[in-house]
Design a protein around this ligand. Structure first.
Ligand SMILES: Nc1ncnc2c1ncn2[C@@H]1O[C@H](COP(=O)(O)OP(=O)(O)OP(=O)(O)O)[C@@H](O)[C@H]1O
Ligand SMILES: [Mg+2]
Length: 256
């Protein structure tokens, strides 16, 4: 196992995250309402962790934010501007999404995976894309692994390649959906450390996670969702130690 050295993470870029605001966001699959008016404000450069039971609509909410599934109503404001008015491909350049499953190209090296995204999305030349890809991989602590194919990388390293690929497109906001839940326990920490570092460097992040320790430490705000609504949101220490709603109290007693 290769761990991320803290040196690799200290001298990195400073990000300029944009604010993100969900206003009365409603989403459905067919006739089934899944989000029933979700309001979440994420100030620029801050981290919001979203927690809640399975099926509460957390993934659906992230899919609505970058319009992998079109919202039924409400709005998403990116830096104050309606994301629903932007072209989806422009929006997805500005808001990066990283999933539980990394979706790397198996026949390409880590470097090529990042460089291909840069060539396709940003239209960069091969040489420029490779140079920038190498820099991005170094920032996630993978300089020495750039020439490896996904199968020769650990799950945690593959997930960090996926994060480097998203960062290479210079998003203003990063969305993470359970990015550590498919990883072996010993690989989780490296990915969580990387996400915490991105937050410290100014990225705006929405992190759906079951990692309550991470939420407690890295989040500026924790949002608890249940049945397609925000039940409670606030400061992590306060929310975890003194939940106002019985539903959050019950949820925490099950997961903590
Ligand atoms: N493609 C789909 N078609 C129909 N219903 C869906 C689809 N995706 C999700 N749903 C339903 O929408 C609801 C919310 O699902 P969602 O995946 O957003 O929950 P979640 O909070 O992310 O859960 P988990 O913690 O298990 O990932 C669930 O009832 C789910 O069954
Ligand atoms: Mg989900």
């Amino acid at each position: 196992m290769t761990t991320t050295s803290s040196a690799a993470l200290t001298d990195g870029p400073v990000y300029r995250g944009s604010s993100l605001e969900l206003v009365g966001l409603r989403m459905a699959y067919g006739d089934v309402d899944v989000l029933r008016g979700v309001d979440i404000a994420v100030p620029a450069g801050s981290t919001t962790c979203v927690i809640g039971p399975s099926g509460s609509g957390k993934s659906t909410m992230l899919r609505g934010v970058n319009r992998l599934h079109e919202p039924q109503g409400g709005d998403v404001l990116l830096d104050g501007e309606s994301a629903l008015q932007l072209k989806p491909d422009v929006l997805r350049r500005r808001i990066g999404l990283v999933f539980q499953h990394f979706n790397l190209f198996p026949d390409h090296t880590a470097l090529e995976n990042v460089a291909l995204a840069l060539r396709k999305v940003k239209g960069m030349s091969k040489a420029d894309a490779r140079e920038l890809a190498a820099a991005r991989l170094a920032e996630v602590g993978l300089a020495e692994r750039a020439g490896h194919r996904p199968r020769d990388l650990s799950g945690g390293q593959q997930q960090r390649v996926a994060i480097a690929r998203a960062l290479a497109l210079e998003p203003e906001v990063m969305l993470f959906d359970e990015v550590t839940s498919a990883l072996d326990p010993e690989l989780v920490k490296g990915v969580l450390t990387l996400m915490a570092t991105l937050g410290q460097r100014g990225m705006t992040m929405v992190v759906v996670t079951h990692e309550m320790g991470f939420a407690g430490k890295a989040a500026d705000q924790v949002v608890f969702m249940d049945e397609g609504k925000v039940v409670e949101a606030g400061d992590p220490a306060q929310l975890f130690s003194d939940p106002a709603s019985p539903r959050l109290r019950r949820f925490l007693s099950e997961v903590l």
